[in-house]
Design a protein around this ligand. Structure first.
Ligand code: F6R
Length: 241
């Protein structure tokens, strides 16, 4: 059972998770962070940026969860661009140590196994930040994903493409495919920290944390993890029993 922490708001959640990351880095200067994109983790990155001067970040590395396939890395909504803009630059991480899956179409066949190798050779992820999709996805492991899955190409559901349309000029510009760490990859991280805020995440949170283990709710995989922390505001926690 994951440890559930209910906080007042997203900002308080950001401070709490930044505390956990700061103590990880203090005890392990070459800590490996698992980085989620999307709106949810932004308060964590903002809280870390605010205290970056007190942290020794020179050896910290990071692995993003996912990337769109076929979107040029120079596109402002590629996850490489998002991670650079929202994580690497404000916090002051070494860009050479920050990895994002390669979504280029011509090398996509080998990109998943190369990413798995890179995570392994960094020693594995110490703390994995996760958001959850309204359909229960973590990373871009959409419903139906195997709990044993590794980094690979997936098709985004219509619901995820609709949810992410806010980042693009029009819904049809949201890519159809992504490359994502698998549920098996995510479960190998030593500590999972899933955050969710707002009423629209409440059903996915309840299904992930308390529902049956099922590939139809990829977030339920976190129940298999021995060290998972779920940080919620009241609204996101509102459908928990
Ligand atoms: C992002 C990711 C996704 C998001 C999820 C929630 O790297 O892997 O699982 O965490 O789609 O997105 P937001 O936070 O924008 O609601």
């Amino acid at each position: 059972m994951a440890e559930i922490v209910i906080v007042e708001n997203a900002q308080a959640a950001g401070e709490l998770v930044a505390d956990a990351i700061a103590s990880l880095i203090a005890s392990k200067p070459d800590a490996v962070l698992g980085l989620a994109t999307g709106s949810t983790p932004l308060p964590v990155y903002q809280a870390l940026a605010a205290r970056a001067a007190q942290l020794d970040l020179g050896r910290v590395s990071g692995f993003a969860l996912d990337e769109y396939v076929g979107l040029p890395v120079s596109h402002p909504e590629s996850y490489r661009s998002v991670i650079t803009r929202e994580v690497v630059e404000p916090i002051g991480l070494d860009p050479k140590l920050i990895h994002v899956p390669d979504g280029a179409v011509d090398t996509i066949q080998s990109a998943g196994s190369e990413y798995e190798r890179a995570i392994m050779s960094a020693g594995g992820v110490d703390l994995q930040i996760l958001g959850v999709g309204t359909d229960g996805h973590i990373g871009f492991n959409e419903p139906g994903s195997s709990f044993a899955s590794l980094t690979r190409v997936k098709t985004l559901t219509e619901q995820t493409r609709r949810d992410n349309a806010r980042f693009f000029d029009s819904p049809d510009q949201v890519p159809m495919h992504c490359i994502t760490q698998g549920l098996g990859t995510i479960l190998r991280a030593r500590h999972l920290v899933l955050l969710a805020f707002g009423e629209k995440k409440a059903a996915a949170v309840a299904a992930s944390v308390e529902g049956p283990l099922t590939a139809m709710v990829p977030g339920s995989a976190i129940q298999l993890h021995p060290h998972a922390t779920v940080v919620l505001d009241e609204a996101a926690a509102s459908q928990l029993q």
